[in-house]
Write a protein that binds this ligand. Sequence first.
Ligand code: HQG
Length: 180
Amino acid sequence: MERSRLTGLSKRMSLALRHDPGKFGLTLDEAGWVAVPAFLTALRLDRDVFDTIVETSDKQRFAVVVGPDGVERVRANQGHSVPVELGLEPATAPGVLFHGTSAAVLPSIRAEGLIKGKRHHVHLSPDRETAQRVGARRRGAVAILEIDAPAMEKDGHTFYRSANNVWLVDAVPPKYLRES
Ligand code: HQG
């Protein structure tokens, strides 16, 4: 199957697992999991296509596990807008973290810091290259921000790391941000 077709299907999977399971007649459990057989039926996906998307996702967006009942389940590793409790443990940031965004929103970010909007957390990248890729999803010039995560931790802010190495935090006030 062509790469672009797989990307389209991966986006549908993200839509179903992060934002709008009801559109596909699905219900996620409280931790965001749904049974794989029901998921395949709802999205009209072949098992081998599903496996390819899960395995080749550049960001490891999806997790598949076998539940206590022996049924396989799938969930998105991060990025939800529907209420789910991912059960992530607080983690200590490795040092400065990065955020890639559109240069056009810098005035607003300077004023109010990074805010999570519809998602559960602000998403931060462990390195500049990843932040560059995230920012390049937006129109126009990319701006890379450095976040002084160690200073935030010292001040009581809690960081989480998703299974696919996205760093998550409630908000980043302006004083911890540096434009680079
Ligand atoms: C911006 C992708 C104005 C923020 C990526 C971002 C990521 C503000 C946008 C994941 C602001 C939110 C998340 C403020 C933040 N004023 N704009 N005060 N504070 N923003 O998509 O971080 O491919 O919700 O800079 O790889 O871009 O979906 O967040 O531009 O990990 O798996 O508001 O999505 O992963 O946009 O991306 P998003 P994001 P997936």
